[in-house]
Design a protein around this ligand. Structure first.
Ligand SMILES: NC(=O)c1ccc[n+]([C@@H]2O[C@H](COP(=O)([O-])OP(=O)(O)OC[C@H]3O[C@@H](n4cnc5c(N)ncnc54)[C@H](OP(=O)(O)O)[C@@H]3O)[C@@H](O)[C@H]2O)c1
Length: 313
């Protein structure tokens, strides 16, 4: 194979015009890494937040940077220390966000961040799972420690994270309220939500004595959520850090989750998908060359599931 590949990179931070389709060298895997031939990737809001430079104070990315932190593809080379994967394996991952991403024909990933792709899912569906699936898993299961019978309010149920959160909360045996637009009511109910609250026309803050709020929206939505929780309740946000003083006033424990790579959790998500217990809704699909259009779709804030980038699927 030629030692060059196509990749979407940025050389400076800014609007969608900074996205460049470049020919760059195919990376070589380190001893603990695999080289993945990327079949499909997906967009997350973090892609355009990083592109715009909003996360630079936290992530300090060197440039040029290849964006994209979801991948489904095939292992084409493995470092000497890699034992659980081999050439030819179909895999998926949410790789380390500090490194180059998956909007490229090939990428290297630390093998410990890579799991076998759920065989029941297409490449596109599988590429839509890792980042949002891990976010919902870590927020609800690891941080909030959601238990069977608890009442949870999930904000943004029609968003990509929200859709996974509804499904994981139901699998845990919780009672699920979710905020959504009326146009997405059928969608969130089909995923298992017990009650959909139209955030344009209804006041979710009338809910009382909830055990957990999962906040994927932030701002005013988070501010109005404290009063819905019982004393000793938990609020986990992925949108903005909750204020500790406000949480203390309400007797609630606040958390912020920033998703981390996790192979074991990807394996458990794959088991659920293979058992038919996890649905992946695709909002739209784009080619690598049309990546700017995919960013544009995500930046509307109106997506109804995963925005997929087809690379070699
Ligand atoms: N901290 C972390 O580790 C982490 C990880 C993943 C994501 N995130 C962040 O979490 C947020 C959600 O991510 P995502 O991938 O789920 O985004 P997304 O798929 O782009 O979310 C879009 C959805 O949000 C809904 N929505 C917008 N405003 C709403 C509101 N006020 N109330 C209820 N629903 C609303 C929209 O429905 P309508 O069109 O009906 O309004 C739309 O379906 C983003 O800010 C992302 O950056 C953080």
């Amino acid at each position: 194979m030629s030692n060059l590949m196509k990749a979407i990179q940025i050389n400076r931070f800014g609007d969608r015009s900074v996205l460049e389709l470049n020919d760059i060298e195919i990376p070589t895997p380190a001893a603990n890494e695999v080289l993945i031939k990327v079949k499909a990737s997906s967009i997350n809001p973090v892609d355009w937040k990083i592109r715009a430079g909003y996360l630079q104070p936290m992530l300090n990315h060197p440039l040029p940077l290849t964006l994209g932190w979801d991948v489904a593809g095939e292992v084409v080379a493995a470092g000497d220390q890699v034992s659980h994967l081999k050439v030819g394996d179909a895999v998926y991952s949410r790789p380390d966000i500090a490194k180059n991403g998956s909007f490229a024909q090939y990428m290297t990933v630390v093998a410990d961040e890579v799991a076998l792709k759920p065989s029941a899912l297409t490449w596109q569906e599988a590429a839509g799972v890792p980042l949002v699936g891990l976010t919902a898993w870590q927020s609800l299961y690891e941080i909030a420690k959601l238990e069977a019978g608890e009442r949870v309010l999930i904000h943004g149920g029609s968003g990509a994270v929200g859709q996974f959160a509804i499904q994981l909360a139901k699998l845990r045996g919780a009672y699920v309220y979710t905020t959504t637009s009326s146009r997405n009511t059928d969608l969130v109910i089909s995923l298992g939500a017990d009650q959909a609250i139209d955030y344009h026309n209804e006041d979710f803050s009338e809910l009382k004595d909830l055990d957990v709020v999962f906040d994927t929206i932030g701002g005013e939505t988070q501010a109005k959520s404290w009063q819905t929780l019982k004393k000793g309740g938990r609020l986990v946000s992925i949108a903005n850090s909750p204020d500790a003083a406000t949480a203390a006033e309400h007797g609630v424990t606040p958390f912020f989750c920033f998703v981390q790579p996790n192979r074991e959790q990807l394996e458990q998500l794959a088991d659920l998908a293979n058992a038919g217990k996890l649905k992946v809704n695709i909002d739209s699909e784009f080619s690598l060359a049309d990546l700017a259009k995919a960013h544009e779709r995500s930046e509307t804030g109106r997506a109804q599931g995963k925005i997929i980038i087809n690379i070699d699927a």
